[in-house]
Design a protein around this ligand. Structure first.
Ligand SMILES: *[C@@H]1O[C@H](CO)[C@@H](O)[C@H](O)[C@H]1NC(C)=O
Ligand SMILES: *[C@@H]1O[C@H](CO)[C@@H](O)[C@H](O)[C@H]1NC(C)=O
Ligand SMILES: *[C@@H]1O[C@H](CO)[C@@H](O)[C@H](O)[C@H]1NC(C)=O
Ligand SMILES: *[C@@H]1O[C@H](CO)[C@@H](O)[C@H](O)[C@H]1NC(C)=O
Ligand SMILES: *[C@@H]1O[C@H](CO)[C@@H](O)[C@H](O)[C@H]1NC(C)=O
Ligand SMILES: *[C@@H]1O[C@H](CO)[C@@H](O)[C@H](O)[C@H]1NC(C)=O
Ligand SMILES: *[C@@H]1O[C@H](CO)[C@@H](O)[C@H](O)[C@H]1NC(C)=O
Ligand SMILES: *[C@@H]1O[C@H](CO)[C@@H](O)[C@H](O)[C@H]1NC(C)=O
Ligand SMILES: *[C@@H]1O[C@H](CO)[C@@H](O)[C@H](O)[C@H]1NC(C)=O
Length: 841
């Protein structure tokens, strides 16, 4: 007998083993498991996490520290070995993983903050991002809590490599990670569409979306460890999420789960479908017992979630017995669910439903309920076997730390200069950020990085190399600017109260708003009837948020919820330049103040014209679009409909004309073409407004005086400009200063664009005008006609501009692309601007 029992046991064991192997049959194409900071490989269950020694992946960093801990708390974690060691970064760094098979992957990150030598990881605060998505902004377990944090993301990797960048935030000089997994999953794990509930419809575009797993629950069953899941997921029991446990009963099943109709064990393994939570049969055996079983989850208001509900009828004895309703929050997700028709007419068939839920109602709780169907002659019942809640990653701004320029699978780390600079950054903490990649003989990389704070909001721009051929995405997924939810803006503007309106323009009304953190903002709400479509709006945000200059009004964020088109700008305390010149009771600005404002505006325009690869034409330069902050510093606003470059085709130009009477370039009428010089013309008109303090068109005046430009230029040509100066400052302008000013205006207003100076030259001349005004004792610096000398000076001027005047002006450099010849994955240098905002995150 004994041998027979042994044989039976052996066969039984064999079956179990086969089942086990079968359940883990999926073989991921990419399978990086790294125990960061560990000098040796670590086996966890049936998987081995490699030592943190770059072989098949690469690592950039200034200073990388491999740290270990003996902390007791680690031993209480489910996988203590992964938390015992960490890689510490003291500057922006990245891991780069070559991706064999593009498509959906899990990226799992393990964190546990401990103290190692003089590094206190409990104060680490950092961002983690891929090329497309911000995964983490700020270490999640704040307040020094010594808790382990595990994060799982699901993302469609469309690049040939995944760059995971770790960037310490300004208030911390540390980033760290304890373990990383980058693992392929079956492409059909997440399909492109799902049902939406608010409003009811279909969500499209899930296949490109990245998700963060927030809950993965095994209803009515035990904790399921990664080893017992087909894709090494972790599932936790549902008990603690039930609002009223007395209404629910747990059920488990020992029969076979039927996987058919496209549902595979990778969607969820048998162990998930074999258990369920149901409406307690003890309470439902009378048909008038009507109650719901509800699970409640904490979520972020303002985020969008993908909910996957797993069902498998393991409770019925026969088909067509079980009917129930499914609710998500207050919405009926599915009524009269009949699992026997949904699947393939068998009991115990695995099935799932996906729903996209927008938490826009401000609620931080998400309810999932099952309840009795209202069909006649049906017993109250209902089940749920599993639930996954995945948060769509917000379109935050990514920071990419480019990998060293070496062949991806050569395990050599080439020196980089990030670290030294990172130290400088943290000390400096002012100025703008810019990364320059530069090829040196030794294939080094150099980066500069400095954050800039605007109204307390961190704004950073970071140039980087994305090594992925042509697939650098500057589109909305690598979006810039912060996406506000409509509720936040409603709150900020007292529900768009008319009393908050501070301006009205072609685009719509502008409201003054106050965010929760007391930042004052200008909220520009697109008129729903405005010509502009949502697509154009997105393109515009993309453009606007890339433009950062201290003489341009900054875009803080936007809102495109519910078809709104709202732009959120920094608020400019002192309003428009126009208002300070005429039509108000504000005290007169002095000549010096006026010149400084003109100089600031010229700088802003100069940045528009030259700061980007393609010149941006403002198209509506006027005194009402020059705003003043509390220190009367000028910033150019409303460059919203700016279009790039002179190489625009004619049709584009003629359909998109914008501009205001009295400011419009006369050449435009003749040649139907707008160039940067059109802005220079308009700016010339602004200069006259500043001098004369009168409207550019004033129909109440005698005919020859109606148009400011025509009228004033006559005085300039006669050398009588002094007669039309704003009477409030007329005696205060030095004649040299006025003469130079007049000459500058005249050049700007030249009939033909080619005869007008570039805005950079105008800027230079205005600085000279200011100098003439301030010269002591009237020493003549006056006989030189700077404009006529300009060609040779342009170059010097721009150097002066970037180096001494404008520390916030991103410095442009010729970029010498490294690696073009030695690698097909050409690195590209791009400038990423970044905006982070605490509210709503
Ligand atoms: C931690 O690292 C130190 C030096 O790197 C080593 O001497 C020590 O044995 C390690 N401790 C553990 C528990 O691995
Ligand atoms: C981490 O950085 C973010 C952004 O700079 C900041 O809001 C947060 O307060 C920081 N947390 C800590 C603990 O310093
Ligand atoms: C920055 O960190 C220091 C200590 O590391 C802390 O005292 C200070 O409050 C932090 N500031 C912010 C804004 O988080
Ligand atoms: C990943 O995204 C690309 C396009 O961005 C799409 O063609 C592909 O089907 C997606 N893959 C998956 C698995 O969703
Ligand atoms: C896997 O599941 C089986 C039975 O459900 C259990 O006995 C075993 O301990 C689990 N293994 C792990 C590693 O969780
Ligand atoms: C309902 O179930 C309870 C407990 O299982 C049982 O005591 C009761 O008799 C049942 N009632 C009916 C109508 O079946
Ligand atoms: C179940 O919950 C939904 C949504 O909250 C609600 O509309 C419905 O009336 C509830 N049903 C019962 C029987 O309580
Ligand atoms: C969730 O359900 C509970 C109990 O039915 C209810 O009080 C609460 O308002 C619901 N919350 C939401 C967001 O629907
Ligand atoms: C990210 O941007 C894309 C493109 O606009 C949009 O479809 C998606 O809903 C956005 N995701 C989130 C979470 O806002």
């Amino acid at each position: 007998m004994a041998p027979r029992i042994l044989l039976q046991l052996f066969l039984f064991g064999l079956v179990i083993m086969c089942l086990g192997l079968f359940s883990n049959a999926f073989n991921p194409a990419d399978n990086y498991l790294i125990n960061c900071g560990s000098p040796s490989a670590t086996t966890i269950g049936r998987r081995t996490f490699a030592a943190d020694v770059p072989l098949s992946w690469t690592l950039t960093s200034s200073k990388r520290i491999m740290a270990n801990t003996t902390s007791n708390s680690v031993s209480s974690f489910s996988t203590p070995a992964l938390y015992q060691t960490a890689r510490i970064f003291t500057g922006a760094s990245s891991y780069t993983f070559p991706i064999k098979q593009q498509g959906r992957h899990f990226v799992r990150l393990y964190f546990f903050p401990f103290i190692y030598q003089n590094f206190n990881l409990k104060i680490a605060n950092f961002t983690v991002s891929t090329q497309d998505t911000v995964l983490l902004h700020g270490y999640p377990a704040q307040g020094g809590a010594a808790t382990a944090v595990f994060r799982e993301y699901s993302m469609n990797i469309t690049h040939k490599q995944l760059i995971l960048s770790f960037v310490p935030l300004p208030n911390s000089s540390l980033a760290f990670v304890n373990a990383i997994e980058v693992v392929s999953v079956p492409d059909n794990l997440i399909s492109d569409t799902a049902q939406t509930l608010n409003p009811p419809g279909t969500y499209q575009g899930l296949s490109e979306q990245a998700f963060e797993m927030v809950y993965r629950i095994n209803m009515g069953g035990p904790y399921v460890s990664p080893d017992n899941d087909t894709l090494w997921r972790t599932w936790i029991p549902d008990e603690n999420f039930l609002l009223d446990k007395t209404l629910a009963a747990f059920k488990s099943f020992s029969g076979t789960i039927n996987y058919e109709g496209g549902v595979t064990r990778e969607i969820a393994p048998d162990v998930i479908y074999s258990t369920a939570t149901e409406l307690s049969p003890a309470l439902t055996n009378t048909s008038n017992a009507r109650f719901n079983v509800t699970w409640q989850f904490d979520v972020d208001s303002g985020s969008t979630y993908l909910l996957r509900l797993h069902f498998c009828d393991i409770v019925s004895d026969a088909l067509f017995e079980l009917y129930f309703d499914v609710y998500i929050s207050a919405y009926m997700a599915k009524s009269d669910v009949d699992l026997s028709t949904i699947s393939v007419n068998v009991l115990a068939a695995a099935y799932y439903m996906d729903f996209v839920v927008d938490m826009t109602d401000g609620s931080r709780k998400l309810n999932v309920s099952i309840g009795p169907s209202s069909l006649p002659n049906v017993l109250p019942a209902g089940i749920l076997n599993g639930l996954e809640i995945l948060k769509m990653t917000s379109n935050g701004t990514v920071t990419v730390v480019s990998p060293p320029n070496s062949k991806a699978n050569v395990g050599v780390i080439i020196g980089s200069v990030v670290g030294a600079l990172a130290a400088v950054i943290l000390a400096a903490c002012v100025a703008c950020i810019m990364i320059r990649r530069r090829k040196t003989g030794k294939k080094q990389e150099s980066k500069t990085w400095t954050p800039l704070s605007i109204n307390g909001i961190m704004s950073q721009s970071l140039g980087s190399g994305l090594s992925d051929g042509n697939t650098v995405r500057m589109g909305l997924n690598a979006n810039f600017g912060y996406r506000f939810s409509i509720s936040v803006l409603q709150e900020a503007t007292n529900n768009f109260d008319e009393g908050c309106v501070i301006g009205v323009g072609g685009f719509g009304k502008v409201y003054k708003g106050v965010l929760k953190d007391e930042t004052i903002v200008a909220v520009k709400r697109g008129n729903p009837k405005s010509q502009q479509g949502l697509n154009e709006f997105h393109t515009e945000i993309d453009l606007l948020s890339r433009l950062r200059h201290r003489h341009l009004v900054s875009l803080i964020g936007f809102c495109d919820e519910r078809n709104e088109m709202i732009l959120v700008y920094e608020y400019m305390e002192k309003g428009t330049l126009k208002n300070h010149l005429y039509g108000s009771n504000l005290p007169a600005l002095s000549w010096k103040q006026r010149l400084e404002i003109c100089i600031g505006s010229a700088r802003g325009l100069h940045y528009l014209h030259t700061g980007q690869a393609k010149a941006i034409i403002h198209r509506d330069v006027k005194s009402a679009n020059i705003l003043l902050d509390e220190n009367l510093m000028a910033k150019v606003a409303d460059f919203g409909l700016s279009k790039a470059g002179p190489e625009l085709d004619q049709t584009h130009v003629s359909t998109a004309v914008k501009g205001s009477f009295g400011y419009l370039d006369p050449e435009y009428y003749r040649r139907q073409q707008l160039t940067e010089k059109s802005d220079v013309y308009s700016f010339g008109v602004v200069l006259l407004e500043v001098l004369c303090a009168r409207p550019v068109i004033d129909p109440t005046l005698p005919r020859e005086m109606v148009n400011l430009a025509e009228w004033a230029i006559k005085f300039q040509k006669r050398g009588e400009l002094d007669q039309i100066v704003d009477p409030r400052i007329t005696g205060t302008i030095r004649s040299d200063s006025l003469r130079k000013f007049g000459e500058t205006v005249e050049k700007c207003l030249a009939d033909c664009g080619v005869d007008r100076p570039a805005i950079g030259d105008v800027l230079w001349n205005l600085e000279y005008v200011l100098q003439l005004q301030e010269v002591d004792g009237g020493t003549e610096v006056n006989s030189i006609n700077r404009i006529s000398e300009l060609p040779s000076q342009i170059h010097n001027m721009s150097i002066l501009e970037t180096e001494t005047v404008d520390e916030h002006l991103p410095k442009k450099e010729t970029v010498d692309e490294p690696g073009v010849n030695d690698h097909s994955n050409v690195s590209m240098s791009k400038v990423f601007s970044q905006l982070f905002q605490s509210e709503g995150r």
